[in-house]
Design a protein around this ligand. Structure first.
Ligand code: AMP
Ligand code: ZN
Length: 133
């Protein structure tokens, strides 16, 4: 087993554990975007979001909610981002399903992705390709 998050889940390498249940684990990100940045992982190994079964995704998102509530209650953060970097093209460095929960403050200066505008007909074109019927 070479996966670092599998090793953390199995207790083989240490982590700053925030929450654990039968199927999920939450721990501090070692290189936080902001103080209290937490990773929520499934204990089962899945390389990415689509590989994971729906039951596991539900378990993980329930833990994400618990973490968000704790951040608001105990760190008094007014908001947080929930993010998944899915696959290397999206910045995923660790190929084990995980959600980032990133505390945010009003006017903290953190900027997510820059928005663009669709050109004429571009929205319809992409919609027709990806629409699920
Ligand atoms: P991602 O780019 O979405 O795959 O994010 C992986 C995250 O895992 C990064 O934010 C790292 O800082 C974090 N990370 C890597 N190794 C560890 C570790 N041993 N303990 C806690 N966080 C880690
Ligand atoms: Zn793993």
């Amino acid at each position: 087993m070479s996966c670092i998050f599998c090793k953390i889940s199995a207790g083989e390498i240490p982590s700053y554990k925030v929450y654990e249940d039968e199927n999920t684990l939450a721990f501090l990100d070692i290189n936080p975007v902001s103080t209290g940045h937490i990773l929520v992982v499934s204990k089962k190994h899945f390389a990415n979001f689509e590989e994971a079964d729906e039951e596991t995704l539900c378990q993980v998102i329930k833990t994400v909610k618990k973490i968000g509530l704790s951040l608001k209650k105990n760190l008094a953060v007014p908001g947080y981002n929930v993010a998944v970097n899915n696959d290397p093209a999206a910045g995923q460095a660790v190929p084990h399903l995980h959600f980032h929960v990133i505390p945010r403050l009003l006017d903290d200066g953190l900027k997510p992705w820059p928005p663009k505008k669709y050109q004429e007909n571009q929205a319809e074109e992409v919609l027709n390709k990806i629409k699920i019927s």
